[in-house]
Structures are given as C-alpha cells and as structure tokens.
Design a protein around this ligand. Sequence first.
Ligand code: PMP
Length: 432
Amino acid sequence: MSNLFYQTKSARPVLDRAEGIYMWDTSGNRYIDGSSGAMVSNIGHSNPAVLAAMRAQMDKSTFGYRLHFQTESSEELARRTAALAPEGLNKVFFVSGGSEAVESTLKMARQYALTQGQAQRYKVISRMPSYHGCTLGALAITGYAPMTAPFDPMMRAMPKVPAPRAYLDGLDPDDPETGRHYADMLEARILEEGPETVLAFIVEPVGGASTGALVPPEGYMRNVRDICTRYGVLLIHDEVMTGGGRTGRFFGAEHWGVTPDLIALSKGFGGGYVPLGAMVARDDIVEAVMQAGGFVHGFTYAGNPLACAAGLAVLDQIEQHDLTGNAARMGAALTDRLRGLMQRYPLIGDVRGKGLLTAFELMADRATRAPLPKELNAHSRLVDIAYDNGLIIYSRRTRGGLSGDHFLVCPPLIVDETQLDEIAGILDRSLA
Ligand code: PMP
C-alpha cells in the first residue's frame, strides 16, 4: 500500500518518462499529453535546452535565499517578464505556484490600499464559477462550492458575480451588449457592496478549469476595466493558466487590449520543469508599498536560482520557436477538428477557446443547453476512456445545475497538425 495520497481515490498508471507531447508509463504504454498536465507543460516534456540550462545552474548553485543574495537568473527573468508585460507593469515578485501568485496579488492590493488611506477596502469580487487556487486566501475568491464549502467558517467568502457564459444564457457573445450586460452585473455588485469597501476584482482573461476555456463576450473585458477604474477597484488578471502563450498571445488579456493593475502568472511560466510563478504589478503600486515599509509577504523558495534559470530557458523556447504563434495556429486547427466532431456527435453541445486553451462541453440537449444527468459521471467516464485509448484530457463538472461536463483539450504549444489528427482520432473513438 502506498504512503502517498492525493485528493481522489482513483489510481493512475506509474509515470516512467516523457518527451515532447508524449508520456510513457512503466508498462510501456504511451499517452498523448492532451492537457499539458494541468495546462502546465507548454513547451513539451524533456526539452533538451531547458534541461541543459537547469544542469548548468545546478552546477553553480541550486538555492540562495532571496534575503541573503540577489541572483543573476532572478534579475534576468524579472527583466524579461516585465518586458513582456503590459506597459506600466514592470515590477515582478517570484513565487512557486499559481495559488502563491494569486495570494501575492491579494496581499499587494490590500497593502497598497492601506498606503492610500483606504483601510476600509478589503472585498475582492470574483466570478461564479471560478478557480483561483487552494490556499485559504485564494479559496475565498474561488467560486466552486465543492472546494470552498468545508472551509467557509475559516475564511471570509468574498462576493461573486456570474461568469459571462453567454452560450448558456442564450446571448450572442459577439454582440457588445452582451459584454456590457455581464459587466453591468459587476458594477451593480460594487454599488451594492459599497464601492469604498471593494478592493479588487479578479478575472481570468480566458476561463480555465472552472468554465472550460470560456472566452469573454465582446466588450466584457474593456467594460470591466472601465468599471474598476471608475470605482477605484484594482483589476487583477489571473493569468496562471492563460499566461505564457497558451491563448495565442503571451498574456491572454492582450486579445482585448486591456491593462490590469496586477497579474498572477504560473503553470506554463515554469513549463512543468520547476515550481515557478510570479506576480507582475503596476510600478506605482509596488513603489507605494515599498516606501511605506515593504511588502509584508514572502515564500522561502521564491525566486530561487534553479527555478529562475529554468524559467529563462522556457521563455527562450517560447520566443525562439514562436510557440505563441503556433498556439494561435494550432488552436484554430484543433477547434476545426472539434467542430467536426460536434457535427457527428450531438452530445457535444459547445466548442470554445482561444489558441490552445480549447474545450468542448457535453450536454443532454444542444438546443436547451440542458446538462447531462450528474449520475452519468460523463466528465470522468470520457476521461477514463480516452486514457485507455492513449490520450490525456482534463475535465471538470462545475455546473451544479449551472454548467456541464466540459473537457479541456490543451496539448503543449509545440503540437503539430499530424499530432492534432491523432488527438482528434482518439477523441472520435472515445466518444463513439
Ligand atoms: N489560478 C488558476 C486560474 C488556476 O488554473 C490554478 C490551478 N489550476 C491556480 C490559480 C492555482 O495554481 P496552483 O495549483 O499552481 O497553486
């Protein structure tokens, strides 16, 4: 019996090795990593250049505590990250994962408000459904009851507004009125809470695990930005999943030309090679907090030289091979293939996404958008069948009466058309 335990009871095969978009278990079975782990392994597995960069750093030093030493790799990664970030966001704080990155944005927002004499601002509005991490702070802003309910008495659950799921609400996502409609709900909520108490609004530029690659309707992100500015509410973009090129732009928000005040980054940033994340922040926010005495926060492993050396090598791969551009091109090609499957399988009710953050959703009835009965367990059954057929995909059932069984098909950004055919073929057999 194993001494290890995870969240779930189901056992999976034992991983042996991985290369590119493929993974092998110890029995020799090969799998296509059709979800890049959990949308992490963006540049593929065992990239020789990244491994070489890690080895070179390991030969010099693996750990230097950030309060004892500055390191070349963390300085350089911060410089390169700031150069990629929207104008005005040049301050980078490293962490070791997505939850830590999100926590950092919440604590930076709060400490900034204190420097502005706005101690009454503490509410962080988020969306329902949403997922922002598993630490208590990140859970307070997560809209997913199965994960938050046990901890309700231990944290202050924050206000939620509906995610803009136009496809479920029978609204046209291309109509700017739709974007305005959902953004108006945020404004109404800010007014209801009292704007002077609202610290921030946090949003994924393209929905990830919780909404299954939900692309915001036309105008939504811009309206949200305007509303936040109007009420002095900080706008936080959770780019933990969307950042690093996955949506076909380095940051997902670039699709809408919207600049947030704070960004959380992880997953593809370390590319599955090291635990790595970052908060990227508006210069004046950080300067105000630093002037007031410093940022009350910090994780021991933050910005360690090995993680940052790997992060730099991952960034090199993204840039040298135009993986962001490939994500845009292959995302369109994958969407075509999924739409083809949708024509043949009435069970597929929706196909959506941006770049290689791509998903399809199963429904009982495409016309009424009725979800499949919960007892069918479609989300885990299709994943299991695909697994047996050699394809790993990522599923969630977040409806609880609202949303359905959706499946993220998000291979590494190095995927090519032949491999997409292989993925579509396995999905076809699995759906059949
Ligand atoms: N935010 C988003 C949008 C995520 O998808 C995740 C992870 N699924 C997190 C935060 C938390 O990241 P981590 O699991 O690395 O702590």
